[in-house]
Design a protein around this ligand. Structure first.
Ligand code: ZN
Length: 662
């Protein structure tokens, strides 16, 4: 057994939420899953037992199911708490406050290569900080983007240390280390060491509302212990998923601890493997080369879970996503920080390097020579899982192995286009090919959903279709929405109300029916349009008094084979006032994101038409409304108290956060 020896004082004065580290003799996946659903925190799955954490009041439940419990360490929570406060000669963890100060100090000391941003606040009003490290950090350049985060589970502080140390390492070694220099100059590296600051402060796995954030994301959400009241119900998950939709990451790593494992999608099912498992394995193998961590599909190497980040990364974003479990202990002694960072550091650098390999490009409107107004879906054969261009600047980049591919690009309102014989060269760890794809606009073509925003968990024993089949135009391929389950689809260009019907739901086969709801917000409130119960069912969104809608929720009452949801484009020459408020996609960028009193806020609109934006405070009160002309406009925020504000466009792609400091 590979327990790192821990010799500690045992504390008996913990609170009710304190956990014991135990061995439970559960052996089969059904038992393990049942324990997990009852709140047992499972760290390691071995052939004849699991290593888990349980509170005092769970012993009876576990034993009543016929399992034996052997205590490995009583009150492991207290030990982690002590470790996190201990100062060893080599290293130490920081408190939340000193962490925030350190992030600000680093951003101040290295302004040329980093930008500190905040994605918003946690439930208990702590900052969700993120550091962007790149040359020209203020600019959104056409460079492969990588994301690292940690501490989704607040008690897994070693993950926080590994990612925080990486920020320091990149900044401090940029001047002297050629690999670091190359990575910072040619990538956009985002690192968020503390996704769950409330859990970090409370030494708890859960957030400030007792929700497990790694069960709250929207791919196959639900059916889990403490997974939240809805998908993305939690502030922290919402703020990170908004960040997720604003970018298109090649790789997305979330650090965890409790075991060692490089955990790949899928975690939600043992019955299906991701179609590009070879790509994931390839990159995992590179990570394992340096760390020695085993790797594989999360549901198989660990146990099945729903609503985790890596499944969303791959499922909804087409991004290579992982949970990387770096230590058997969640908050080991601070003496362990340096050796674990030394082990993971070369693997992380290698992953950033490899993220440059593959197919990159630019999708543009061949008439205007501007980026297409909407996100494009990029399908690369033979793999066939969609990835996406960004409507802000039309760029895309995805990891592929050297070889010859054909690339098909679809964007609503344009003729699709396939580029054959795209060759990813071999030679260097990040050899890539760059293609420019001009699409021909066609106002006769329908628009369609380009984003899977969220889906309810389905049993993959009987249903192995994928939600992404519902994207794009009607094509005969369907996502099977099981009875009482749902899917939320996003339109990058809103569905508009025109005379008559505006929205069409296509069913590919069967006799199923589904309730169709629409909203301008991805988490509601939802207006019910009616029931889709035919091969083609059309709806008029004015029946619910909406002029436009960006999100469609399909709730099946019986198995519904959802092929596509389509809408009409805006007829040319017709411009309604409402269009100003209804445009979608990334609309604007702001600078700076942290303002001191007297600073002016610069807002750059990327639209060619006027764009309506609103300023909200944390209570959701609208303070100001402006119509931006194209280009850059300066605003004074004089008179507003210090705090967090939100500048919001019409949907999740276009909300930016502003911190006003004293
Ligand atoms: Zn974890």
């Amino acid at each position: 057994m590979k327990y790192i020896a821990v010799l500690f004082l045992v504390f008996f004065l913990g609170s009710a939420s304190d956990l014991d580290l135990v061995k439970i003799d559960a052996v089969n996946m059904t038992d393990i899953k049942a324990l997990d659903r009852n709140g047992v925190i499972i760290n390691q799955v071995h052939p004849d037992h699991i290593v888990a954490e349980i509170s005092k009041d769970m012993y009876r439940m576990v034993r009543s199911r016929g399992f034996n419990i052997e205590v490995i360490q009583e009150n492991i929570t207290e030990i982690y708490r002590q470790n996190s406060m201990m100062k060893s000669t080599r290293s130490q963890y920081l408190t939340y406050d000193t962490y925030v100060d350190s992030m600000i100090t680093m951003a101040t000391n290295y302004p040329a290569i980093c930008r500190l941003d905040t994605l918003g606040y946690s439930h208990n009003n702590r900052l969700l900080l993120i550091m962007k490290i790149s040359d020209n950090a203020e600019t959104d350049e056409i460079e492969p983007e990588v994301h690292f985060e940690a501490n989704v589970h607040g008690d897994e502080k070693i993950g926080w240390a590994v990612s925080f140390w990486m920020i320091r390492y990149l900044l401090e070694n940029y001047a002297t280390d050629t690999l670091v220099q190359r990575l910072v100059d040619t990538r956009e590296i985002w690192i968020a060491p503390m996704v769950n600051p409330d859990g970090f402060v409370a030494h708890s796995r859960y957030n400030g509302r007792n929700v497990d954030l790694n069960r709250n994301w929207g791919w196959m959400w639900g059916d889990e212990w403490n997974c939240g009241t809805d998908f993305m119900s939690e502030n922290e998950a919402r703020r990170f998923v908004e960040h997720f939709w604003r970018h298109s990451f090649v790789t997305y790593v979330s650090f965890h601890a409790g075991t060692i494992y490089i955990s790949e999608p899928w975690s939600y099912s043992t019955y299906v493997q991701p179609p590009e498992q070879n790509l994931l394995h390839h990159l995992s193998q590179g990570y394992a080369y340096f760390t020695g961590y085993p790797y594989g599909q999360g549901s198989v190497g660990m146990y099945p879970i729903n609503g985790c980040t890596k499944d969303y990364d791959y499922g909804c974003g087409g991004e290579m996503g992982w949970s990387v479990e770096v230590c058997y202990y969640k908050t080991p002694s601070p003496d362990s920080i340096d050796p674990i960072f030394d082990r993971d550091r070369p693997a992380m650098l290698r992953l950033m390097h490899r993220a440059g390999q593959g197919i990159g490009g630019y999708v543009y409107d061949s008439l205007s020579i501007e980026p297409t107004k909407l996100r494009a879906l990029v399908y690369v054969d033979p793999a066939g899982w969609p990835s996406y261009s960004r409507s802000a600047n039309g760029d895309f980049h995805r990891f592929y192995l050297p070889g010859t591919y054909s690339v098909t690009v679809l964007s609503p309102g344009y003729e699709p286009k396939t580029v054959d014989s795209v060759v990813v060269p071999s030679g260097t760890p990040d050899s890539s090919v760059y293609i420019e794809v001009g699409l021909i606009p066609n106002p006769e073509l329908p628009i369609y959903a380009t984003d899977v925003v969220g889906t309810r968990y389905v049993s993959t024993y009987s249903n192995q279709t994928y939600p992404v089949e519902a994207l794009g135009p009607r094509d005969g391929q369907a996502y099977k929405v099981d009875a009482s389950k749902w899917i939320v689809l996003g339109f990058d260009w809103p569905i508009h109300d025109y005379a008559g019907n505006d929205l069409i739901v296509y069913r590919s086969s069967g006799t199923g029916s589904a309730t169709i709801r629409v909203s301008n917000d991805w988490f509601g409130s939802w207006q019910t349009l009616g029931i889709a119960n035919d091969t083609v069912t059309a709806f008029d969104i004015s029946t619910v008094s909406l002029d436009s809608a960006c999100y469609v929720r399909i709730e099946a009452s019986s198995t519904f084979m959802l092929d596509a949801v389509e809408a009409f484009q805006e007829p040319t020459g017709v411009a309604k006032d409402d269009d100003i408020a209804a445009v979608s996609g990334i609309q604007f960028e702001i600078m700076p994101t942290v303002l001191r009193e007297g600073d002016l806020l610069q807002v750059t609109s990327m639209r060619q038409q006027p764009l309506k934006i609103k300023l909200f405070n944390l209570l959701g009160q609208s303070l100001k409304e402006e119509v931006l002309e194209p280009g850059t406009t300066q605003f004074s925020l004089a008179g507003l108290p210090a705090g967090i504000y939100f500048l919001v466009g019409p949907d999740i792609h276009s909300s930016r956060r502003i911190i006003l400091v004293d």
